[in-house]
Write a protein that binds this ligand. Structure first.
Ligand SMILES: *Cc1c(COP(=O)(O)O)cnc(C)c1O
Length: 385
């Protein structure tokens, strides 16, 4: 029996046909599918601007650069995230710091953020950008974070890599009603896929223009954006130092086709989460928190195994032995060797560290069958007995 993964893509014949159609067309890279994909993303997220890029990490880097993050600036995020969220700030030459998580929601604690801002304001060390991460697809408390951003004068970039399809009081994550920008990832384990791929959403036309400029070398063909006159129809100008962070037409066509099934993907994930809640009832574990008005996209279904040292590792080994490839999200970023060399140490963010010691991500993806899910639950029951 092939092992059950913790996550995987779901590819239909329509997805395959969409990619093949691009292969037979005139453009493999900067063709018409990209604009269509961007407009469809903007529509589903209810944001005016969406720029597709080569991966989610590039999206974060461009959002941070677009907001002017550079040497001498600070960016704060959650330690319970993938390393990319913090790394992109280092890539801008800025300093990174973290805000511990809420032990119930596993997202950045708003109370901890407020306390840290209060100290930073007194010391003149306020962050330029704060990056809440909608961990596992469960939305952060964006209205509260937005209120703090107004009071202390920082920008907010949402790491929404897990959260396409999530909603806050009915408002889609990615709409940027409480932030300057939001990043999506379309890696195959995420809600929809373009293989590698990502996007930056914003309500700010100037920020969107900067993201588009920087994703393509800082080069413009728009005469109104040039210094001095255009010298002819061949003419382009590099006005800033940018990158090649473009997505391809092949990927955009796949993403556009996947977006047709976004609602079905998220509905299936939600049904699986509800079913896990029932199947795991009574076990000595903590199930994901639910909050009224906050609809998760259920990228991950994480349980905590609080049975003391070694219990989590034994459970992971047991699940792997039974052909169920559970995973762990996330090793707190500040405990990584690269971050320890920057001065962070274990003990700095105790809630994230305690959470990490107990966390296990169970299989969660749209094509997971009820029968396979029941096997996951039965195996857990046996191993925890
Ligand atoms: C996947 C992910 C990223 C990076 O996205 P890529 O598309 O893999 O570059 C960033 N942050 C979080 C929380 C992620 O899960």
């Amino acid at each position: 029996m092939t092992p059950l993964p913790y996550a995987r893509q779901s590819i239909s014949q329509a997805d395959i046909d969409a990619v093949v159609e691009v292969l037979r067309s005139d453009w493999l890279t900067q063709g018409p599918a990209i604009g269509r994909f961007e407009r469809a993303l903007a529509t589903v997220c209810d944001a005016p601007h969406a720029s597709a890029v080569c991966n989610g990490t590039a999206g974060l880097h461009l959002a941070y650069r677009g907001l002017g993050l550079g040497p001498g600036d600070r960016l704060w995020t959650s330690p319970n995230t993938f390393v990319a969220t913090a790394n992109c700030a280092l890539m801008c030459g800025a300093e990174v710091d973290f805000v511990d998580i809420d032990p119930q929601t596993w997202n950045m604690s708003v109370a901890a953020l407020e306390a840290k801002l209060d100290v930073a304001a007194r010391d003149g060390q306020l962050p330029k950008i704060v990056v809440p991460v909608h961990f596992a697809g469960a939305p952060c408390d964006m209205p509260a974070i937005h209120a703090l951003s107004r009071r202390y004068g920082f920008s907010v970039v949402e790491d929404a890599a897990h959260a396409l399809g999530a909603r806050i009081d009915g408002v889609p994550v990615g709409s940027c009603h409480w932030s300057q920008a939001a990043m999506l990832s379309f890696h195959p384990v995420k809600i929809i896929t373009t293989a590698e791929g990502g996007a930056v959403l914003t309500r700010d036309a100037d920020l969107d223009a900067r993201v588009r400029l920087l994703r393509s070398h800082g080069v413009t063909r728009d005469a109104t954006a040039m210094e001095g006159p255009a010298e002819g129809p061949w003419y382009y100008q590099q006005t800033e130092l940018g990158y090649n962070y473009r997505i391809t037409d092949l990927q955009a066509a796949l993403g556009l086709s996947q977006l047709d099934r976004l609602d079905a993907f998220v509905a299936r994930r939600r049904a699986l989460a509800d079913r896990y809640d029932r199947l795991l009832e009574g076990l000595p574990i903590v199930r994901p928190a639910r909050r009224p008005g906050r609809e998760s996209a259920w990228h991950l279904y994480v349980i905590r195994v609080p049975a003391g040292p070694g219990a989590r590792a034994r459970l992971v080994d047991g699940m792997h032995g039974a052909g169920i490839r559970v995973n762990v999200h996330y090793i707190p970023v500040h405990t990584q060797p690269h971050y320890r060399r920057l001065g962070f140490a274990p003990g700095d963010f105790p809630h994230a560290e305690r959470y990490y010691a107990e966390a296990v991500s169970l299989p969660m993806y749209a094509s997971l069958t009820d029968a396979d899910q029941s096997r996951v639950a039965e195996t857990l029951r046996r191993l925890l007995a």
